[in-house]
Design a protein around this ligand. Structure first.
Ligand SMILES: Cc1cc2nc3c(=O)[nH]c(=O)nc-3n(C[C@H](O)[C@H](O)[C@H](O)COP(=O)(O)OP(=O)(O)OC[C@H]3O[C@@H](n4cnc5c(N)ncnc54)[C@H](O)[C@@H]3O)c2cc1C
Length: 376
């Protein structure tokens, strides 16, 4: 006997859990399959931008988080001895340990009646609607692939594009510190950058992103120390509060985010780089975009054909448009330290322009308005 769900989500990260919550709140029956039983502590800078925080509040997640985490006023960039600082115009963001965020999202989803299955599961394509788990036989008309950066579902669905322009990796560790900043501190080096994000009054995460073709190709624990050689002395060191986590390559290209009976969401839908710290916010925004499929899902008698999913694909492109522009621009700078240094000097003198860039990156400012801020 099959159990029917309007949608089955694979992957319980920020994207999958948000999608499950959004669709469940629309009155749909939703199941979520996640292979880990405990909240996953993966490599992440853990800075939630104000735009993402507002959406998490709308999902009822910030209530569960309570006073955990550390408010972030804005961003500071340091290149050599030049520093530019800007506050977010949209209010504070939040530095938050990932397991805390995942736990809060799981609690909200559970309370709403999302059904969880703790399994590692992969579909076959073309997708027939059958989901055979060890513990249950399910039918669904929509598979939501939220299985992360190296999504296997993206490959199986034939949506992965080969090749990449940027060969970047990320690594992170947490440190105890008496001097947490109210800002995410970005420290630029040649072909790498460090991101220090406060996550508690006395704790900060330090992520390093680097070009694996130019420096240190490995992604093992020893990379963390060797990468410090490319960055200033001021990086956090000493009393650690987490183990090292690394991931790469970061860039993942897709031909589309929809196919018959299946949509991709979050990192599974494709990724350029973590350089702007937007991933969680974009994942939650994409989850909200799935609302456009609710009428289709209420009526569907079989896996939803690709054509009926086109609206989500268009929304996905709109949501990620600004992020892709700013990320590619920053990647260009990350390979040209002399130019990055000049830009940081410019931004240190033009705080409003810096703020406009941050708003643009969050999708809160149009390209046209950013350009006019530049010429003001
Ligand atoms: C170094 C680094 C720094 C970053 N810094 C920031 C930052 O400061 N701010 C920010 O917003 N973003 C940041 N990001 C990006 C952010 O981490 C991601 O965009 C975000 O986690 C994407 O969420 P997701 O749900 O798509 O994927 P994930 O969080 O990766 O979740 C995928 C889930 O799917 C599960 N899964 C996978 N396969 C299966 C399967 N077959 N069956 C069942 N379950 C499965 C996994 O266990 C996992 O729980 C950073 C990324 C990196 C690499």
């Amino acid at each position: 006997m099959h159990r029917f769900f309007h949608a089955v989500v694979v992957g319980g990260g920020p994207a999958g859990l948000s999608a499950a919550i959004v669709l469940r709140r629309e009155g749909l029956e939703v199941a979520l399959i996640e292979k880990h039983s405990d909240p996953l502590d993966k490599a992440c800078g853990e800075g939630i931008m104000p735009s993402g925080l507002a959406l998490l509040a709308e999902l009822g997640v910030t209530e569960r988080i309570g006073k955990l985490g550390y408010p972030i006023k804005g961003i500071s960039y340091t290149a050599g001895n030049t520093q530019a600082v800007a506050d977010f115009l949209e209010g504070p963001g939040l530095g938050l340990r990932r397991p805390v965020l995942i736990k809060a999202l799981c609690e909200v989803a559970s309370d709403l009646g999302v059904t969880f299955y703790r399994e590692d599961w992969l579909p076959a394509f073309p997708f027939t609607g059958e989901v055979r788990l060890r513990t249950a036989d399910i039918r669904t008309n929509l598979l939501i692939a939220a299985d992360g950066l190296h999504s296997r579902i993206r490959r199986l669905a034939g949506l992965q594009l080969a090749g990449r322009t940027h060969h970047r990796w990320g690594i992170r560790q947490h440190f105890r510190t008496d001097h947490v900043s109210d800002y995410v501190q970005v420290i630029l080096g040649e072909n790498c950058e460090a991101y220090i994000t406060p996550v508690a009054r006395n704790e900060a995460g330090q992520a390093i992103l680097w070009n694996s073709k130019k420096i240190s190709p490995a992604g093992g624990d020893d990379s963390y120390d060797s990468l410090r050689d490319y960055l200033p002395e001021s990086l956090l060191r000493g009393d650690t509060t987490s183990s090292i986590r690394a991931v790469g390559p970061l860039e993942q290209r897709t031909s589309d985010v929809i196919t018959d009976g299946c949509v991709l969401i979050g990192d599974a839908a494709g990724y350029v780089d973590a350089i702007t710290g937007e991933g969680i916010s974009l994942a939650v925004e994409q989850a909200f975009a799935l609302r456009c499929l609710v009428p289709v899902l209420h009526q569907a008698k079989e896996p939803v054909p690709r054509a009926a999913l086109a609206r989500y694909s268009a929304d996905y492109r709109r949501i990620t448009f600004n992020y892709k522009i700013s990320t590619r621009a920053l990647l260009f700078l990350s390979e040209r330290f002399w130019l990055a240094r000049w830009i940081v000097l410019l931004l240190s003198r033009r705080t409003r322009l810096f703020q406009a860039l941050l708003s643009f990156n969050m999708g809160r400012l149009r390209l046209r308005d950013l350009l006019s801020a530049f010429f003001q």
